[in-house]
Design a binder for this molecule. Structure first.
Ligand SMILES: [Zn+2]
Length: 401
């Protein structure tokens, strides 16, 4: 299991007042890269090419090792000094929705912080061994997912904190769930949650915020709330700077870009077509069963290191996610294999607890939610248009320069 290789010591500090970083042997953990282990040349995932070419579990594991060849295309543009905050509802969202971008930005030197709003207490648990942790039984899932989140952040090489401190807000569950009425449910977080996020933004001064669109990506109330507080926090910074006449703060608040992570329908369809066969026990989704959008403004290409980091981060959430690469975990005692026919758009196959087969795409897609228009290399403005493919941009172009 990948997380066994991340033998790290984490110092946890709340409110992002003191950032914590994964540390190994008294220094920053060496960046990981995946050694190519399969003749298909793709890493982080192993295809089942034929019945007589079944990879063994040990062969199929992505092997993470210190990067002795640090030169890659992204290294030429240094993002040191740039800051980004990703605001996510639950542990695992940082990996699923934005893991590739966050890993890439961190690798390029940016200061990347994940703000997680709840512990995901209402989540389901994939497979049987840890079912008893769920909210309706032992109600211990939140604490377990905290540990998973730390491993995910280590895999992405980013830092993180909880909105308001660990345990302040609770997973609200889906619409209609009894957890909606819990006194700590995130959907009832009110102005305090906005204040909590403003405090973090004011301290870290990111130029980029990443969260979900107004529908939360797929309608989860906590995702919608994460969207709301992100926009409300920037609005509050603008309002308070206008009220106090703080021109510096006003200029800063106006410069903040908010990106919404989205699933772009054409890419989802292309990726889904690349999966020729789902693992045993998994199923192919019905049309429109996976939430997606018709239009995206930009696409970020993930290289092998980004994909490997994203997959490792997703694997860290072992109670929530299953990667069909033949590896096993305490929650996934049986390996899963998928058959992929085209790795040009897909670097893996995964499922949530519903065991619906989904492609892990080699690009992540975003919409510009607020802030300055995007441009190529700080010059040519991008002009996203409905029905047009998203612009493929360098992640450095997400920052004003
Ligand atoms: Zn979520």
């Amino acid at each position: 299991m990948c997380h066994q290789l991340f033998a790290v010591r984490l110092a946890v500090h709340d409110h992002c007042s003191v950032p914590y970083w994964p540390v190994a042997s008294g220094r920053h953990m060496p960046r990981a890269r995946v050694r190519e282990i399969h003749q298909c040349g793709r890493t982080g995932f192993v295809q089942q090419q034929s019945a007589d070419h079944m990879p063994t579990t040990s062969q199929s594991s992505a092997i993470l090792q210190p990067d002795s060849h640090p030169v890659d295309a992204c290294s030429v543009r240094d993002l040191t000094g740039q800051s980004i905050i990703a605001v996510h509802a639950h542990p695992d969202d940082e990996a699923i929705w934005t893991g590739g971008l966050l890993a890439q930005l961190a690798r390029r030197g940016a200061d990347v912080t994940v703000v997680t709003c709840t512990l995901g207490e209402q989540g389901e648990v994939i497979s049987d061994p840890l079912q008893g942790l769920v909210a309706d039984h032992a109600d211990q899932l939140g604490g377990y997912r905290h540990t998973e989140l730390q491993q995910s952040l280590a895999a992405l090489q980013v830092r993180g904190c909880y909105l308001g401190g660990i345990g302040t807000y609770r997973d609200s569950g889906m619409v209609g769930d009894a957890a909606n009425s819990h006194p700590r449910a995130f959907i009832h977080s009110g102005e305090q949650a906005v204040e909590d996020l403003v405090a973090i933004i004011d301290r870290l001064r990111p130029s980029l915020l990443v969260t979900y669109g107004p529908d939360g990506g797929y309608g989860h109330p906590d995702h919608i709330r994460a969207h709301e507080i992100t926009h409300a926090a920037v609005a509050q910074l603008l309002a308070s700077s206008a009220h106090t006449g703080d021109d510096s703060l006003h200029t800063y608040a106006q410069s903040i870009r908010i990106l919404w992570a989205v699933t772009w329908q054409p890419a989802l369809e292309t990726g889904s077509r690349a999966i020729a066969a789902a693992p045993d026990g998994w199923r192919i989704p019905q049309p429109e069963e996976i939430a997606c959008v018709a239009d995206a403004d930009i696409a970020i290409a993930l290289d092998e290191a980004d994909c490997a980091a994203k997959i490792a981060a997703m694997k860290a959430h072992a109670t929530q996610l299953w990667i069909a690469d033949g590896t096993t975990a305490v929650t996934r005692p049986a390996p899963a294999y998928a058959t992929v026919t085209d790795f040009s758009t897909v670097c893996g196959v995964f499922a949530l607890s519903n065991l619906i087969t989904q492609p892990l795409l080699r690009r992540e897609y975003y919409q510009l939610g607020a802030g300055p228009a995007l441009s190529h290399s700080g010059s040519t403005p991008l002009s996203p248009a409905s029905g047009q493919p998203p612009h493929l941009v360098d992640s450095a172009d997400l920052f004003l320069r």
